[in-house]
Design a protein around this ligand. Structure first.
Ligand code: MN
Length: 427
């Protein structure tokens, strides 16, 4: 239990057991962005905490890397420091802590905050780790041969664009691009008419590795700092024309939305489960580890819904279009790290991985509209009066996630949403 009352309320995503990190400031001000920890409906300002009399007097054990505008330096510290800091913050925020009366002015309401990206993200890699998504998409393009022969061996990914990663709430401008609507006509440039979302899990790298020094599967998890939500916005018409032979480019690199909060691997520890495919498949040795496979998957519920502009006006709640779970991932976080560095590629603190669209095996466990509508063929009903093949201007996409288990407090990941707005000028 925490002395921050809202943290103890059933259903609050940020109980004492979570303690996610974000970079924030008071909304509408030009204050410096700083690192905070989510607790109930509040943010604990770590810079203010560090400067408090009580923190100095009690020699609070949190590192100076937390008095910063990004989490990169703290991410670089590694597991031992992340754990000791978690323990120290637990002590500050638990019920009966001597901090309660001393640091109430270090707390601000989440409703009065605005967020920046939690880290300076220098590299972003998007995986393709849901075999169900890969199969669903493969069926649309290659009905006879949906899954490529490399899929069960290689954790497939492409290098994405980090400059256009934005934090939840940033509007998403409908991208223009080169589109070929018919094989009888040349391509033209216009606004995408097949704009889509992709429900993904984002993984932040903590401590990096030196170039030419691969990270082994058994050490891989120590290099992961935490998890956020990620929406890999995708223009399917641009993508379809450009993707061969080198993969995604302008169909993807106009925007990626992440949630501002990072839930740490320590907070996720109770929600780990064994690999579904354990023992049923052959994996190359560098991706295989008994220790890893016993406890390597995170049971994390995922949920995507869409609300149109009209639904907002009429007070109709967002319509859920898919529900899935990170446990369906064919490749684990550790396998992603081990594979990414096998050739000596160096990861750096703050690097971001996307899991790939995290669809599950069931018909309602779809993480992208292209799957829900079978490539836009079968419109999906949003409300009594509206349906969608792809996203329209004014649509807001909401991702949410939570981890639950008997005997444990449920923890959440905060908001990850974005609203589509039209291109500023006609092409
Ligand atoms: Mn993706």
């Amino acid at each position: 239990m925490s002395w921050v009352e809202t943290a103890n309320e059933q259903g609050n995503p940020f109980p004492l057991q979570n303690l996610p990190y974000a970079v924030f400031r008071s909304a509408g001000t030009d204050e410096t962005f700083r690192i905070g920890v989510g607790i109930g409906d509040k943010i604990l300002d770590l810079t203010a905490l560090g400067q408090s009399e009580v923190a100095r007097a009690s020699r609070l054990n949190i590192p100076e890397s937390l008095y910063a505008s990004t989490l990169n330096d703290f991410m670089a510290e590694g597991e031992a420091i992340w754990s000791s800091t978690r323990k120290a913050l637990f002590g500050v925020l638990r019920q009966g802590s001597l901090y309660e009366i001393e640091i109430s002015d270090c707390l601000i309401d989440q409703s009065n905050a605005e967020y920046a990206l939690p880290a300076m993200i220098m590299d972003y890699t998007d995986f393709y780790a849901s075999i169900d998504h890969a199969t669903n998409i493969g069926k649309l393009f290659r009905p006879d041969n949906p899954l490529m022969p490399n899929y069960e061996w290689v954790p497939i990914a492409y290098h994405g664009r980090s400059s256009s990663i934005v934090v939840s709430g940033e509007p998403i401008v409908r991208p223009k691009g080169q589109i070929r609507s018919s094989i009888d006509a040349p391509p033209h440039v216009s606004a995408s008419e097949k704009l889509d979302y992709e429900m993904e899990v984002g993984l932040f790298v903590g401590a990096g590795n030196q170039r030419n020094v691969p990270i082994s599967i058994d050490e891989a998890e120590q290099h992961l700092f935490g998890i956020c939500l990620l929406n890999d916005w995708s223009a399917r018409d641009i993508q379809a024309w450009e993707y061969q032979p080198l993969g995604p480019f302008l169909g993807k690199n106009f925007a990626t939305t992440i949630s501002p909060w990072i839930v740490t691997m320590q907070a996720l520890a109770p929600f780990r489960i064994s690999m579904k495919h354990k023992g049923e498949r052959t994996i190359l040795p560098y991706l295989s580890s008994d220790r890893e496979e016993a406890n390597c998957v995170i049971d994390m519920h995922l949920d995507v819904s869409v609300q149109s502009a009209k639904m907002k006006v009429e007070g109709v709640p967002p319509k859920r279009l898919g529900q899935s779970n990170f446990k369906y991932s064919y490749w684990t976080p550790a396998q992603m790290v081990a594979h990414h560095t096998l050739n000596g590629c160096n990861l750096r603190p703050g690097d971001l991985f996307g899991s790939g669209t995290m669809s599950g095996p069931g018909p309602d466990q779809t993480g992208a509209l292209i799957e829900v509508t079978k490539g836009g063929e079968l419109p999906v009903q949003l409300s009594n009066t509206e349906s969608r093949r792809f996203l329209e201007d004014g649509d807001t996409v909401f991702l949410s996630a939570w981890c639950e288990k008997d005997g444990y407090r449920t923890i959440g990941f905060g908001e990850c949403n974005g609203t589509i707005i039209s291109v500023a000028e006609p092409v």
